[in-house]
Design a protein around this ligand. Structure first.
Ligand code: ZN
Length: 281
């Protein structure tokens, strides 16, 4: 789980280095991406994809329920759900479960079982869907063995990635909005994971600088076999809704453009709005 643009695609691609791992991408966007005639991580259209096409057909009648965390796409605002959802927050704070949430989790479970049968192999699945509330539903259902990973970027770097092409009053508005989003989402993830035993908390910097060690210890914790070599984009993946870089061969480099892309005042404001929080461990 992450706030987005926090290195989750890199993490997912590195985790794809093991044959025991299958990376789903942003799984919960399957039907929305299919409606947009989008491509799979392998480069084929989802609707013709060797992995997803029959699943899209088979579970077509459940597409509304499956897409409940992202009902619409908007090119202007991206495809994010609301950061604050009062009824879900209420559920989380009082540790509640609803039949609707359970129905949603069961549907996810059915699709994964179908996929697992299709792959004829018991795999570990990496789900990069970034919706915190959705994670809560799946976690509470007790249908899955979940090993949550909380990946976070430093607040200035995250906010910069969201506002870099904006100018003037809009930039200030977005700066405030994304600072608060960073704070709320990461705090929520921390809150939900407070009682989970198998969680891993990783910062973007840590991942990029020591990716080999991070993935090795992650596989060890999750009991996954691997060759010890981690490279980007060497194995075909069928991730949903990833960015185009999934299909390209690229070096890993740390993105620290925010250091000179943000003014001194902007940096101070972000630090203030995020209560100077630097770590979620
Ligand atoms: Zn594919």
């Amino acid at each position: 789980m992450s706030s987005g643009r926090s290195g989750s695609t890199i993490l997912e691609t590195l985790m794809n280095s093991s044959k025991e791992v299958f990376t789903l991408g942003e799984f919960h966007l399957l039907f929305l991406e299919s409606d947009l005639n989008a491509k799979c991580g392998c480069g084929d259209y989802l609707n013709n994809d060797i992995i997803w096409s029959d699943i899209i057909k088979k579970f077509s009648s459940s597409r509304i329920l499956f897409s409940k965390y992202r009902k619409t796409f908007s090119s202007k605002t991206g495809h994010y759900g609301k950061v604050i959802r009062i009824n879900k927050l209420f559920q989380i704070l009082f540790n509640l479960n609803t039949s609707e949430s359970l129905g949603y989790s069961e549907l996810n479970y059915k699709i994964l079982i179908h996929l697992n049968d299709k792959l004829k192999d018991n795999k570990s699945y990496v789900d990069s869907s970034k919706d915190v509330y959705r994670f809560y539903d799946l976690y509470k259902s007790n249908l899955f063995d979940i090993y949550p990973i909380h990946l976070y970027k430093c607040s200035q770097s995250f906010v910069y990635s969201m506002i870099k092409s904006s100018k003037g009053p809009l930039r200030w508005f977005l700066l405030i909005r994304f600072s608060l989003r960073w704070l709320i989402e990461n705090t929520l993830i921390k809150l939900i994971l407070r009682k989970t035993k198998n969680k891993l908390v990783i910062s973007y910097g840590e991942l990029i600088e020591n990716y080999s060690e991070v993935i090795t210890s992650m596989y060890k914790k999750f009991d996954v076999c691997h060759s010890g070599k981690f490279t980007l984009y060497t194995q075909i993946n069928h991730g949903i809704a990833g960015n185009i870089s999934r299909n390209q061969s690229r070096e890993i480099f740390i993105d620290d453009k925010y250091k000179y892309g943000l003014s001194h005042l902007e940096k101070q404001l972000i630090t203030m709005l995020t209560f100077n929080l630097k770590s979620f461990k």
